[in-house]
Write a new protein. Structure first.
Length: 113
């Protein structure tokens, strides 16, 4: 019996993540603020939520939304965190979404519960 390494890796990435409902509530609470401007944490959590939803449903509108959110995070990191412009040359949807997973896992490690 072979183990699907991709599924295993994704399970590890989001294993300690807040529930989808909690993430959605957190995102909604922020967008309700007057003068809301998305910061990196918002972009990261939004991209991770959409990635998780796309992984569960894998329907094209969700996959496109996950890619778009991932692209926003990559663009933000290029502009504000010194990420190489080469990162924006990644053309495959999975490359952008893999970046989100990596960054989200790192972010989760810094959170205290």
């Amino acid at each position: 019996m072979t183990v699907d390494r991709t599924t295993e890796a994704l399970s590890a990435t989001y294993a300690d993540a807040p529930t989808l409902d909690d993430e959605l509530a957190w995102l909604r609470a922020r967008t309700g603020d007057r003068g809301f401007m998305p910061n990196r944490e918002f972009l990261l959590r939004q991209a991770a939520l959409l990635d998780r939803l796309a992984l569960q449903g894998a329907v094209m509108p969700l996959v496109r939304s996950a890619f778009t959110a991932a692209d926003h995070l990559v663009t933000h990191d290029i502009e504000h965190r010194g990420l190489s412009l080469k990162a924006h040359d990644l053309v495959a949807t999975e490359d952008y979404r893999a970046y989100v997973r990596e960054q989200y896992r790192l972010w989760l490690l810094t959170q205290t519960r």
